[in-house]
Design a protein around this ligand. Structure first.
Ligand code: HEC
Length: 169
């Protein structure tokens, strides 16, 4: 009897230990809203007609994959299909996380990087247009067909995004 109890306790301790040791998930961490976008980027937005322009997104795909400029290869960390291949890189397929960032927030992160991480700033290697092309392609993994509505402060169907002048609501 004593032996069996000791054995059970040992088994319990082992399984609890294993549970505790298995939560490493590649650095994604809990889903929390991103920090506020700095003022110098907060007013930058995707040119409205680009959201539904497949040719702009295709150009973004080439930049992302390093086909346009071998010095810029987002896929080398974020993966060709948005599934990270380097530890800690954001998973672009995670809609719950991605939808918390605006188009301006993504632009800012791509331009300036994220301090103290492997994500460096790319603004010396990319034009503003290229950064917007990248935002279009990045959006396609988790939020295909969506556009950021600055008015609603959320992602909406790009097809339903009325031009500002025609907005009667
Ligand atoms: C050397 C690896 C590496 C490369 C190359 C890289 N990234 Fe990143 N990227 C990261 C890491 C790591 C993070 C997560 C930083 C953090 O912890 O917030 C990140 C974060 C991001 C974010 C912020 C996401 C968020 O939720 O705040 C965006 C946007 C992004 N990367 C886009 C790009 C684009 C576009 C390129 C290509 C121009 C690129 N990255 C190239 C490693 C990389």
């Amino acid at each position: 009897m004593e032996i069996r109890r000791a054995f059970l306790r040992a088994a319990l301790v082992m399984s609890v230990g294993m549970l505790g040791g298995c939560d490493g998930d590649g650095g994604e961490g809990p889903i929390v809203p991103p920090p506020p976008t700095p003022a110098e980027y907060a007013d930058k937005h995707m040119p409205a007609e680009w959201w539904s322009d497949p040719s702009k997104m295709e150009e973004g795909r080439k930049v992302y994959l390093g086909e346009a400029n071998p010095d810029v290869n987002c896929a080398s960390c974020h993966g060709k299909d948005g599934r990270p291949v380097k530890a800690g890189a954001r998973d672009f397929r995670n809609a719950e996380r991605m939808k918390l960032s605006s188009d301006s927030a993504w632009f800012w992160r791509i331009a300036e990087g994220v301090p103290n991480t492997k994500m460096k700033g790319w603004k010396s290697k990319l034009s503003e247009e290229d950064i917007w092309r990248l935002v279009l392609f990045e959006r396609s993994f988790a939020l295909p067909g969506k556009a950021w509505s600055e008015e609603k402060k959320q992602w909406v169907e790009a097809s339903g995004l009325a031009p500002a002048s025609a907005d009667t609501e």
